[in-house]
Design a protein around this ligand. Structure first.
Ligand SMILES: Cc1cc2nc3c(=O)[nH]c(=O)nc-3n(C[C@H](O)[C@H](O)[C@H](O)COP(=O)(O)O)c2cc1C
Length: 389
């Protein structure tokens, strides 16, 4: 069985194009020693490469390629398995698209191919190649500057009020470029809900939410949106859960309109009808709804056809290394498009790397949460662009 990896990247500014043939000659030898074959397309700005061979060889070569400073913004478009090689003639061949006529360039590339059947039937690998040759999808190439261009400056404002108090921690949701805290999430520490079983689990979840409201009433600046999460079935399993939440909000000196109740999609919403009724009660009280860990659970897009929350938080697993993964980029873009059509605010949670944040900003996300924007003892670490490095 053969493994295929297809990626796209951007040539680095300081690399003269005339050095590429020598690089390819060297690469060809290494590929041959790993029984890896393929083709490298270049359009003057971007590379597109198909690597095929035994899995270990392909992975070894791809790892070297990803670390190579002669290009950047390497995005893996496809990792798949096939019975035969699409481009089996050369260890690696460079094909400069600019040297060919527009009308015949695709055929010229395909003529290099070695797999009869995949050319005949719709093969994903060759579809990717066609899309690149025809310069389609270019509007979706969100390229991010190097990490060194950003500093993250700790801001102490408000840090004292947010420091963990009475078992509740506060985590800001921020608009990094607008330098604005757009909401604060209050989390009762200790995994109270996980510790309990059955209906007690839901009671514990509700108690944790009440505790979060009580402390947030003291810490939350006037008018700030406040996020508090509960297990989704809490709203169904505990009679009067919504009223209890509303009472806790008022008792803390908060108003329902500033509150967003977050429920995780990963907790199976087992009774969607009953859950919808509870959501209606929340809305009647003026409270907003967020579906958290969106994309990680079983309901996903089908749930959006039944219940439209005010916000969704995209699961950290989808966000992780989004700048390097074509499949993740496609899924995130679909979520953004869908939420835009439904006027649902998208929050990207669990951001750890500057590149994840920058890619998502370029894709249109405004609200973020995650370790990248927090520093010990500070409320927020804001990104600042360094002009010269
Ligand atoms: C766009 C691009 C494509 C490359 N393709 C290959 C390749 O197919 N095979 C390969 O061995 N090296 C390729 N390289 C070069 C590798 O990144 C690396 O320099 C080479 O494998 C030698 O690695 P080493 O010095 O760690 O042994 C490519 C580099 C670039 C910028």
């Amino acid at each position: 069985m053969l493994t295929t990896i297809i990626y796209r990247s951007h040539i680095s500014d300081e690399v003269p194009v005339k050095t590429l043939p020598a690089m390819v000659d060297q690469a060809s030898l290494l590929n041959a020693s790993h029984e890896v074959t393929g083709i490298l397309l270049f359009n003057g700005t971007h590379f597109f490469q198909i690597l095929e061979g035994p899995e270990a060889g392909v992975l070894t070569i791809y790892e070297k390629i990803c670390a190579d400073k002669r290009h950047h913004n390497v995005v893996e478009l496809m990792r798949d398995y096939s019975p035969s090689r699409r481009f089996g003639n050369a260890g690696m061949e460079l094909f400069d698209l600019r040297e060919h006529d527009r009308s015949s360039v695709l055929q010229a590339v395909l003529d290099k191919g070695t797999s009869r059947y995949q050319l005949t039937y719709d093969d994903r690998g060759l579809q990717f190649l066609r899309t690149f040759v025809e310069s389609r999808e270019k509007e979706n190439y969100f390229e991010v500057p190097p990490v060194e261009y950003w500093d993250f400056i700790a801001d102490q404002t408000g840090a004292d009020a947010w420091s963990s108090d009475h078992g509740v921690t506060f985590h800001p949701v921020i608009d990094p470029l607008g330098r604005q805290v757009t909401a604060i999430e209050a989390i009762a520490s200790g995994d109270i809900a996980a510790a309990a079983e059955g209906v007690h689990k839901y009671q514990a979840s509700l108690d944790a939410a009440r505790q979060a409201f009580a402390q947030a009433g003291k810490a939350c600046p006037d008018g700030m949106s406040l996020y508090v999460s509960v297990l989704p079935m809490t709203l169904v399993a505990i009679p009067d859960a919504v009223n209890t939440i509303v009472e806790a909000i008022h008792r803390a000196g908060l108003v329902p309109e500033q509150v967003i109740i977050g429920v995780s999609e990963t907790e199976v919403i087992s009774q969607l009808d009953a859950f919808s009724v509870a959501v209606r009660q929340l809305k009647e009280a003026g409270i907003s709804l967020s579906i958290d860990n969106f994309g990680d659970g079983s309901a996903g897009l089908s749930m959006l056809t039944r219940i439209q929350p005010d916000r969704i938080r995209v699961a950290a697993g989808i966000i992780r290394d989004v700048h390097r993964s074509g499949p993740k980029q496609a899924v995130v873009q679909a979520i953004i498009k869908c939420c835009s059509a439904l006027e649902i605010t998208v929050i990207a949670a669990g951001i750890e790397r500057p590149e994840e944040w920058m890619w998502l900003e370029a894709a249109g996300v405004i609200n973020f949460q995650g370790r990248l924007f927090t520093r010990a003892g500070a409320a927020v670490a804001w990104p600042e662009y360094r002009e010269a490095i």
